[in-house]
Design a protein around this ligand. Structure first.
Ligand code: ADP
Ligand code: MG
Length: 378
């Protein structure tokens, strides 16, 4: 691969919404880009609009991105299957935006290679209208009306002039912005602007949609709306999403990679990442006390842990007395989470233990905290 063509010192400018088609060629014109990486995906141009049958929609192999001496992305390899909602997770500075920028073709890897639907991201002719991008901090042109802006973006993706308005209306309908055609982008609320940017990324029904922090800075209601829109697209395309909200990613993603300081520290299905098929967590409430009785601090001694250890498939049982939580570890294949939950609750209820919550796995948040460092500790 040739050296980078973009300056290495200045931070990247916020990419305009939809810049994937317009900006990529001069940033990363690649000689090798014209060759499909995966010959199976190199169908004639008639297949451009056809849904891809490539099983792996996005593949990164040993991808490195350096800005001068700063290694922003460090030997990242990922395979993202078609139709998945895939999360890119990690603290600030983990390399998520840089990874998105390379997948979108805005930046070129220093080393390694990327395939989007079987093509290098710089192969814009093949990927035009097949990859939609919502860049982090995307800006809308304030004086453009929403309708004309989206029609313009549709035209940049080679959507024919006669089809563009109906395609834009359909996507505005999808984001529940059907009345916004004549609203100036500059007068949209933050939540509405984010939905218009999302509409831009979804124009023309792309096969791969990259959403870099689609809910950041949104109030809970707007973030909820955006999450519903993402969920509604599930199955229609491959979605790659980054977010700071780990509960959100746990809810919407099928699989994810956790990045820390440019490296993948864990990846897999959401159930693998959260150990949902290996652990059950049961939150314990203190026993009821009569008024005036001293506060009760439960310890493991009062819990029927030995009964839990006898359950079929259980390998280990712990009680965390700061979180008031029993953790039952079990052998995948020997037992399933639902079976373990049933038997655990039965044993606890028989032991007069009050239960305030049950979860499968340790939750994405805890997993990410265990795996990543505090970025402020640099
Ligand atoms: N153009 C650039 N020049 C120098 N350093 C950069 C540039 N872009 C990103 N970085 C650095 O690369 C690292 C990864 O950044 P980024 O991909 O934006 O992380 P994230 O999106 O996970 O917060 C950070 O340390 C950031 O400061
Ligand atoms: Mg970022």
């Amino acid at each position: 691969m040739a050296a980078d063509v973009e300056p290495t010192s200045a931070p990247p400018e916020p990419a305009p919404a939809g810049a994937n088609d317009a900006a990529a060629p001069e940033k990363a014109a690649a000689d090798d880009a014209a060759k499909p990486k995966n010959p199976a995906a190199a169908k004639p141009s008639a297949s451009k609009k056809k849904k891809s049958t490539t099983e792996v929609a996005v593949r990164l192999r040993g991808v490195v991105k350096k800005f001068g001496s700063k290694v922003a992305v460090d030997d990242v390899s990922l395979q993202i299957r078609s139709g998945q909602v895939y999360g890119l997770i990690g603290p600030n500075g983990a390399g998520k935006t840089t990874t998105f920028s390379m997948m979108a073709g805005y930046l070129r890897p220093t080393n390694g290679d990327i395939e989007m639907l079987g093509f290098a991201p710089t192969h814009t002719d093949q990927l035009k209208s097949r990859v939609g991008v919502l860049p982090q901090d995307a800006l809308l042109p304030p004086s453009d009306k929403v309708g004309e802006f989206l029609v313009h973006m549709a035209r940049l993706q080679s959507i024919p002039a006669e089809k563009a308005p109906s395609i834009v209306r359909a996507v505005l309908e999808e984001i529940e912005g059907r009345d916004w055609w004549n609203v100036r982008c500059g007068s949209l609320s933050h939540g509405m602007a984010k939905r218009v940017q999302l509409a831009q990324a979804l124009l023309g029904d792309p096969e791969v949609v990259l959403l870099d922090e689609p809910t950041s800075g949104l109030d809970p209601r707007s973030a909820y709306d955006v999450r519903q829109l993402i969920k509604a697209r599930k199955g229609r395309c491959t979605l790659i999403v980054s977010s700071h909200n780990l509960q959100e990613l746990e809810e919407i993603c099928d699989a994810a990679a956790i990045l820390d300081r440019g490296k993948v520290v864990a990846s897999g299905s959401m159930s693998e990442l959260t150990a949902a098929s290996e652990e059950v967590h049961v939150k314990i409430a203190p026993p009821l006390r009569a008024a005036g009785e001293a506060p009760y601090r439960r310890n493991a001694a009062g819990l029927p842990l030995s009964k839990l250890r006898e359950l079929h498939g259980v390998t280990r049982v712990e009680y965390d007395d700061t979180r008031h939580e029993i953790v039952v570890h079990f052998e995948r294949g020997q037992a399933d989470a639902e079976g373990i939950i049933g038997q655990t609750l039965w044993a606890l209820l028989n032991g007069q233990v009050r239960i305030s919550g049950v979860t499968k796995g340790r939750g994405l948040e805890k997993r990410v905290m265990d795996l990543t460092d505090d970025p402020d500790q640099d």
